[in-house]
Write a protein that binds this ligand. Structure first.
Ligand SMILES: *[C@@H]1O[C@H](CO)[C@@H](O)[C@H](O)[C@H]1NC(C)=O
Ligand SMILES: *[C@@H]1O[C@H](CO)[C@@H](O)[C@H](O)[C@H]1NC(C)=O
Length: 366
């Protein structure tokens, strides 16, 4: 238990300050060593930092700085976080915008240059209804959509310069996906792994589901689409470990599409072993609990080269060791997803994008 009683090392940031102030206000906060037994009566506000360990210094460095590099007055920076090496830009998607109680709602896609922090709107050559998560693969931004009305969810490929867009996959043997949320591409075999929670139906912009709360694998080389994992309430973030021997999938069933919280439901990241057969078949096995967010839901997942796991959660980025110990938090209050550009970490925090330089590199996608 000793490890749990050690300190917490976190960023904490003041809210409602300008960019310049934020930079100087970001600091590492030490949380009381003796937190195993707290004197009654005690309480903790949601979002208030807690936790822990020296290992976090190896990640955030001794003099970490957290700054806001882009800001708007709406949730423009929510999901994806796709680094495009050629143009030195990050592509990301907004949260749902517009009238949130019908099929008029929409999301927008943006790019931010990581040198100038200039943000520009991306206009795909064909409509991508309610774009959400994404990744980078072979020069293209791969973006999943949540569909709209009777238009099912699908996987799209966008040329990051010309915005030429095509649909890669929009059905499972003729059945429509619900609302694809996130995607990871295996760099070992080029297969696409993606989550399909039914959030869009609960959020009133998609028709009744034809499929369950599933995770799929699609092999573009053979066209094979198969169920990769089930047993989720709302499968959400998905990512591989650097050697692709482990897959991480978060379940955000804790929050319903209507925004209610059900504490009996998971806000948990699960780990699976990735089995590769000599016949080329790949499957997930040995499902186990990896970690649970203590604030909000674990949304997007990214990893560094040492296999530490970064999860966008209700209080910012939670960083876990490869064994699932919480190392510390980068406390941006909100974070749906994040993206590494080598050792630069960009945090998509709804109306802000934060940047911090780490002492470790993220897993690169190319
Ligand atoms: C948000 O910012 C835009 C552009 O700066 C401005 O036109 C708009 O009025 C602002 N909206 C709100 C709700 O503050
Ligand atoms: C939002 O959409 C719903 C459902 O289509 C509609 O009933 C409602 O009037 C709309 N609200 C606004 C403010 O347009």
């Amino acid at each position: 238990m000793r490890e749990f009683s050690q300190l917490g090392w976190l960023f904490i940031i003041a809210t409602n300050v300008t960019n310049a102030q934020l930079q100087s206000n970001s600091r590492v906060v030490e949380v009381d060593r003796k937190c195993n037994v707290l004197p009654e009566p005690f309480s903790r506000e949601i979002g208030e930092p807690f936790y822990k360990t020296q290992a976090f210094y190896n990640i955030i460095g001794r003099q970490p700085k957290l700054s806001v590099v882009a800001e708007r007055n709406y949730s423009f920076a929510h999901e994806a976080g796709i680094y495009i090496p050629k143009t030195k830009e990050i592509m990301f998607t907004s949260n749902r915008l517009g009238n949130l109680s019908g099929t008029d709602q929409y999301t927008e896609i943006y790019k931010m240059n990581v040198r100038t922090y200039k943000v520009t709107k991306v206009t795909p050559s064909i409509d991508i209804p309610l774009a959400n998560g994404g990744t980078f693969y072979k020069g293209k931004a791969i973006v999943v959509s949540q569909g709209r009305g009777d238009i099912g969810a699908a996987i799209y490929s966008i040329d990051p310069v010309t915005y030429e867009t095509s649909v890669l996959l929009n059905n499972y043997f003729g059945l429509k996906f619900n609302s694809l949320n996130d995607i990871a591409v295996s760099h070992l075999d080029g297969s696409f792994w993606f989550t399909d929670p039914s959030y869009a139906y609960e959020q009133e912009f998609r028709s009744r589901p034809q499929l369950g709360e599933f995770v799929y694998r699609w092999d573009p080389n053979t066209g094979d689409v198969r169920l990769a994992a089930d047993g989720f309430v709302k499968p959400n973030g998905i990512q591989f470990s650097p050697n692709e021997k482990i897959a991480y999938i978060s379940d955000t069933g804790f929050t319903t599409g209507r925004g209610e919280i059900d504490v009996k439901r998971p806000h948990t990241i699960y780990a699976f072993d990735v089995l590769r057969g000599t016949d080329g078949l790949v499957s997930l096995t040995n499902r186990r609990v990896f970690a649970m967010s203590d604030v909000g839901i674990p949304d997007g997942i990214k990893l560094d080269v040492k296999g530490n796991v970064y999860v966008g959660s209700g209080d910012g980025v939670n960083v876990y060791s490869p064994q699932g110990y919480l190392l510390g938090k980068i406390n941006t209050i909100q974070c749906a997803n994040l993206v590494f550009v080598q050792d630069d970490l960009y945090i998509l925090a709804e109306n802000k994008i934060f940047h911090t330089k780490l002492s470790i590199q993220g897993v690169a996608f190319d």
